[in-house]
Design a protein around this ligand. Structure first.
Ligand code: GMT
Length: 376
């Protein structure tokens, strides 16, 4: 198949999934064309069958905001026409589903071959951005006019149906990880860089937006560190970084918390950790949690989010109510104190994540979906 992929090229789960998917599809012999404003950040090696087409926007004094949406629509149409694409697969509905729709309309008007448009919903495109009154109608329209829609969890598919009143079927295709990249022994880090032999190592990776509840991470960690020798690694950056740093200082945890900022290869650090904390308010899936599990790190996450499809409560992690930092700390302490149980959780994390979310399996599900959409 000839497949166009549009995604956000910056750090973030939707861009990571789109990039890994494109690379794997190219490896399977499909011709893959990425269309975005920059090279996706994990597209870090040359591959046969894989192309990148940059979207250029022109600055002009009249434009307070250069119309990226128009430039992207034109570029998608251009690439689809030149390479006779079968599929245009856009990740994150806003504004990519709308751009793909516009591109299709342009192609139809020119009498060119029409690719099928597939939109993958990732989370905040529905829960935060898409449901904002400014974007609601156009997002709903663009979802409804796509030839196929996938969501990264059943939780998100249900939320989309509820929030947008979407009646049509949304195919659930979970996120995945690359086994060659994420595994318990694959990391290049040495644990001693971060913690002493007798200290437990906790970790958190996110974009430090309010939905991630990064301050809860620090709260949980403080409660754990009051009982057990422990260190915390924080990876990522975002609006709450300043608040997090302030809280760490106020609570005299500076010596115990290691800020690593944004990292393009989290798999080099994650295997060193004993426990991963993701106490999010909202999480359509929680790719960061999956990557931790794949590295053999149990995860503490929240009920009422897509994390319930990722974490097996009581086997490779724990699910607790949003905001229950005391309960989360108690579970963390209980697990860390019991070496035998901790090691069973670590093994289960590797086994269950491989069984449910291995790249080979999930990319096959996308291929199957492409076929289904192409065959009407
Ligand atoms: O809003 C974000 O947190 C970023 C967004 C993204 O574009 O990376 O994350 C969403 O998509 C990821 C990949 O499918 C999911 O793993 C995250 O759970 C989801 N974030 C939220 O739902 C908050």
């Amino acid at each position: 198949m000839k497949i166009g992929i549009t995604c956000y090229p910056v750090v973030g789960g939707s861009g990571i999934i789109a990039t890994e998917l494109g690379q794997e599809l190219a490896g399977r012999g499909h011709q893959v064309h990425f269309v975005s404003y920059a090279l996706p950040f994990r597209l870090d090696k040359y591959r046969t069958n894989l192309y990148f087409h940059a979207v250029e926007t022109t600055a002009y004094p009249l434009f307070k905001y250069p119309p990226y949406t128009l430039a992207l629509s034109s570029r998608i149409a251009d690439v689809a026409r030149n390479y006779e694409l079968d599929i245009v697969h856009v990740h994150y509905a806003v504004p990519h589903a709308t751009c793909a729709y516009l591109a299709s309309q342009m192609l139809a008007a020119q009498g060119s071959k029409l690719p099928k448009v597939i939109t993958t919903l990732h989370g905040t495109d529905i829960t935060l951005v898409g449901s904002d009154p400014s974007y609601f109608d156009i997002t709903k329209f663009s979802i409804n006019t796509s030839d196929g829609i996938t969501a990264v969890s059943q939780h998100l598919a249900d939320e989309t149906a509820e929030v947008f009143g979407v009646q049509r079927h949304i195919r659930v295709v979970h996120n995945f990880f690359d086994q060659k990249r994420f595994g318990p022994n694959i990391g290049e880090c040495s644990r001693c860089e971060f913690a002493n032999e007798d200290e437990f190592l906790l970790a958190h990776v996110s974009n430090f937006r309010p939905v991630k509840r990064t301050l809860d991470v620090i709260e949980i960690f403080e409660k754990v560190a009051n009982v057990l020798p422990a260190k915390l690694i924080l990876i990522g950056e975002g609006p709450d970084t300043v608040l997090a740093r302030r809280m760490i200082k106020r609570r005299n945890l500076t010596e115990r918390v290691i800020f690593l900022g944004n990292q393009s290869r989290v798999e080099a650090v994650l295997p060193c950790a004993d426990l991963f904390l993701l106490p999010s308010q909202e999480e359509s899936f929680g790719l960061a949690a999956l990557e931790a599990l794949a590295c053999g790190v149990p995860v503490i996450g929240t009920h009422g989010t897509g994390l319930v499809e990722v974490i097996d409560d009581g086997q490779d992690g724990f699910l607790l109510p949003i905001g229950d930092t005391t309960g989360m700390a108690e579970k963390a302490i209980e697990l860390l104190k019991d070496r035998t149980r901790l090691s069973a959780f670590k093994s289960a994390a590797v086994d269950l994540s491989r069984k449910k979310f291995a790249q080979e399996k999930i990319v096959g599900e996308y291929e199957q979906y492409y076929e289904d959409v192409l065959n009407g």
